[in-house]
Design a binder for this molecule. Structure first.
Ligand SMILES: Cc1cc2nc3c(=O)[nH]c(=O)nc-3n(C[C@H](O)[C@H](O)[C@H](O)COP(=O)(O)O)c2cc1C
Ligand code: SF4
Length: 483
């Protein structure tokens, strides 16, 4: 492997020198300060006065383990309890939850509806109970629910049968994912019906006890696709105003029907064209036409480069709408995973990293820093810290101390090592055996229709019956890469 492993960097100066050799800027603190005296242990006061107890946030992560009718299973409850035990005081949604069957990204995605309300109420309760048991208080814990329509990546009936709900004909994604030429585009009336369901779902989330809902605009799913719907005629495409009409209508409806409900947005703040496996197994961009206006936050004339004027405008709009909770992410796990979750080892349907994953971490951090500077009143959660591994505490603390972000969001690291924030805040040394090494099994498993979890490092998953199948798939993958 040509990239230096995080664990091989022994001193903060070594990490700084390596980052500088890559041409990236990382805020690396020398010492990590435990407890409330440290930047990560500081409470954060939201504009509405709610005080969140510390600066860690759990990112939403689905496990592909709900029942066919969208109820949580024991595996779901275990993961949510782990989020509660993590010590993070901001829980961003637990995981993506769809509000109608055809909007599910997989047949086991959770569904919010009347029939499932009691189960989702209990699921939230189990997280809160686990948090209370570990930390003794929950008055400073903010728990949201991520509401999603999977749009182009809907697979409600089988993990290998896409049933895309698209907003416009995409010149690269349609080809890449085999969307037939006569596949229908969602009509304006269908979009209006989706907006209604979204609003109902927010109301239900309030009844289930959630403190906020995320109107997700990320990862190539429906909300995100609106932002690049330049080619769509009518009220939901073309101008910036039209491309954000979905957001504005959803938010207006929530304000009307559930005025107490806070609204947050998870945003892919920048995107790129899709990538594919090149001849050497390493990722390369799919051929794309120019101009390429289909990657929100990218330069249409050179879409591998960022251009943040529209994301900045989007954030100004969020602030105008009274939305102060923003979780920044990037790209999509389906077509450019190295942008979205930097990893040394690709998932089974992926490609070798086309850049040092640390560059991907720095890219997301840099965009968060720029947007935070423009919108200081907005509460920003940053993403892509897991790849930092041993250095996560030093960089996370630096980012919060220097005001790059308000919260450090953690995804994969909480699957392998849920208690990491609690250990860090308590000044305990990290358990190195449980640090996520970005093996991507938690992504490969669901691609094969298996439940997601940390198979390599979490004994609970290692001993599950599907573990050998996953191991075999990975061995095949290695063989393919070697040939
Ligand atoms: C197994 C898995 C499931 C995920 N599910 C979701 C999801 O439901 N909603 C979402 O917004 N992001 C989802 N993500 C993305 C994460 O929230 C996060 O953005 C990503 O893992 C990068 O953060 P990290 O570097 O800390 O892992 C998922 C990631 C993984 C690995
Ligand atoms: S399977 Fe475990 S080690 Fe691999 S990326 Fe997921 S959480 Fe990390």
């Amino acid at each position: 492997m040509k990239y230096r492993r995080m664990a091989s960097l022994k001193e903060p100066d070594e990490l700084r020198a390596y980052a500088s050799s890559l041409g990236i800027d990382l805020p690396v603190d020398d010492e990590v300060i435990a407890g409330e005296d440290g930047p990560l242990g500081q409470p954060y006061t939201l504009p509405d006065g709610f005080v969140v107890g510390n600066r860690f946030c759990t990112h939403p992560m689905e496990g592909w383990d709900g029942t066919p009718d969208g109820k949580p299973t024991e595996l779901t409850v275990r993961r949510w309890r782990n989020f509660g035990r993590s010590g993070a005081k901001l829980i961003w949604g637990g995981e993506a939850v769809a509000f109608q069957h055809d909007a599910r990204a997989n047949p086991n995605e959770l569904l919010i509806n009347e029939a499932n309300l009691a189960d989702l109420t209990r699921l939230r309760g189990s997280l809160v109970e686990a948090h209370e048991g570990a930390f003794g208080r929950t008055d400073d814990l903010l728990v949201g629910l991520q509401l999603t329509h999977s749009g182009r990546f809907s697979r409600p009936n089988s993990h290998d049968r896409p049933e895309p709900r698209i907003l416009y004909r995409h010149p690269v994604l349609d080809r890449k994912f085999g969307v037939p030429a006569d596949w229908p585009v969602l009509t304006d009336a269908e979009i209006e019906a989706i907006i209604e369901r979204f609003i109902e779902a927010a109301e239900l989330a309030g009844r289930a006890g959630f403190d906020f809902v995320d109107v997700k605009h990320a990862h190539g799913y429906l909300g995100h696709e609106f932002l690049s719907a330049h080619d769509r005629p009518g009220p939901f495409g073309g101008s910036f105003e039209n491309r954000t009409r979905f957001l504005r209508e959803v938010v207006a409806g929530i304000r009307r029907r559930a005025p107490e409900m806070r609204v947050g947005v998870r945003l892919s703040a920048f995107d790129m064209p899709p990538f594919r496996r090149g001849a050497d197994g390493v990722g390369e961009p799919e051929p794309f036409p120019l101009p390429y206006p289909y990657a929100f936050g990218a330069n249409p004339e050179d879409p591998l480069q960022r251009q943040l004027d529209e994301p900045e405008r989007f954030l100004a709009l969020l602030e105008e709408l009274g939305i102060f909770l923003v979780n920044l992410t990037a790209g999509s796990p389906y077509y450019n995973p190295h942008i979205q979750r930097p990893a040394l080892y690709p998932p089974s349907d992926g490609y070798g990293p086309p850049e040092d994953p640390l560059v991907g971490v720095a890219r997301q951090m840099d965009v968060a820093r720029r947007l935070k500077r423009k919108r200081p009143r907005v509460c920003f959660v940053g993403t892509a810290y897991t790849y930092l591994q041993e250095w996560l505490p030093h960089v996370a603390q630096g980012a919060v101390r220097e005001g790059w972000v308000d919260f450090v969001g953690l995804g994969r690291m909480l699957l392998s090592y849920p208690e990491l924030p609690a250990h860090l805040l308590a000044g305990r040394p990290l358990d190195r055996r449980r640090i996520c090494r970005t093996f991507s099994d938690c992504t490969t498993a669901p691609r094969m229709g298996l439940v997601s979890g940390c198979y390599p490092l979490d004994e609970f998953y290692r001993s599950r019956p599907e573990a050998p199948r996953l191991k075999q798939a990975k061995a095949d993958l290695r063989k393919r890469a070697e040939s």
